[in-house]
Design a protein around this ligand. Structure first.
Ligand SMILES: *Cc1c(COP(=O)(O)O)cnc(C)c1O
Length: 273
């Protein structure tokens, strides 16, 4: 076995290549394209171009690929892009804890954007500045307990399943305002807004209607005047394929993965967070 030469078609990563990561120039180019798409969508919607933050969803990507994106973002801002720094998002706590320590020198803001099991809360909170995937009051209470005594509140977003697709995480639209109001009242948490993963549909009207629904629910949360809802104006919605639709409906954060990092390896069968 050890004496068998590798097959001729095996490509050996060159120096500086992330094993599963795209090259840095490609990442920079793609990030610029995403920024241009966001700016174009803001202009089309009559919204200021700095109204939307870009979150990079880095699942399955190496820390090197994420580093390349952070460097490209810093370079664009140094050249006067006027954009806020990108946010980073991880779905799985094990990926967060693997990548975050390698990037501390760049001080990125990490958001948890996938379902968070209670036994992973402590690990997540070591690195996460925000949890966008709060789907019930139980998780919010656990987060509230763990951040008690911190000087700064933890940003939380209530995730809503606007499409009703059974595979999607989140509260139902019917329960969403109630859950958000209860989450907003918990000590140590700051409700930043609502988050959703849009419908997986080729029909732009269907996708857009879901985003409009999330905006309406957000309006209801803020209009409730309930304690802690004053800063809940955020809308985290829109991904690589549909960010223009989300920006048109008022997204304040778009979460982009493949448009910046390229396609991901095929998912494995064990996808537990
Ligand atoms: C992967 C992911 C994204 C980004 O999806 P792309 O299609 O790669 O842009 C956004 N939000 C969540 C919750 C994700 O898991």
């Amino acid at each position: 076995m050890a004496d068998t030469p590798p097959p001729a078609d095996v490509t050996v990563p060159g120096p500086g290549d992330g094993v599963h990561g795209p090259d840095a120039a490609q990442v920079a180019q793609r990030l610029a394209t995403v920024r241009a798409r966001v700016a174009g969508a803001c202009r089309a919607a009559g919204r200021p171009v700095d109204a939307v933050q870009v979150l990079l969803a880095s699942k399955t990507m190496t820390a090197d690929a994420v580093r390349a994106a952070l460097h490209a973002d810093a370079a664009a801002r140094a050249a006067g892009s006027g954009t806020a720094p990108v946010l980073l998002g991880e779905n799985r706590v094990q990926e967060l804890v693997a990548k975050a320590p390698a990037l501390t020198d760049l001080a990125p803001r990490w958001h948890v954007i996938g379902p968070l099991q209670s036994n992973k809360v402590n690990a997540a909170l070591r690195w996460a500045a925000a949890v966008e995937s709060v789907a019930d009051e139980d998780l919010a209470r656990r987060l509230s307990d763990r951040v008690a005594g911190r000087a700064d509140p933890l940003d939380v977003w209530v995730q809503v399943n606007v499409s009703g697709e059974p595979t999607k995480h989140g509260t139902t639209p019917t329960e969403a305002v109630d859950v958000a109001v209860r989450v907003a009242a918990l000590p140590g948490l700051r409700l930043a807004g609502l988050m959703t993963v849009g419908a997986h549909s080729p029909d732009a009207d269907v996708v857009r209607a879901g985003y409009r629904l999330l905006a309406t629910l957000r309006d209801d949360v803020v209009a409730s005047g309930a304690p802690g809802t004053a800063h809940a104006g955020g809308l985290s919605m829109g991904m690589s394929r549909d960010l223009e639709l989300a920006v048109a409906e008022g997204a304040t954060v778009v979460r982009v993965g493949t448009a910046v990092f390229g396609s991901r390896p095929a998912p494995t069968s064990t996808a537990a967070a």
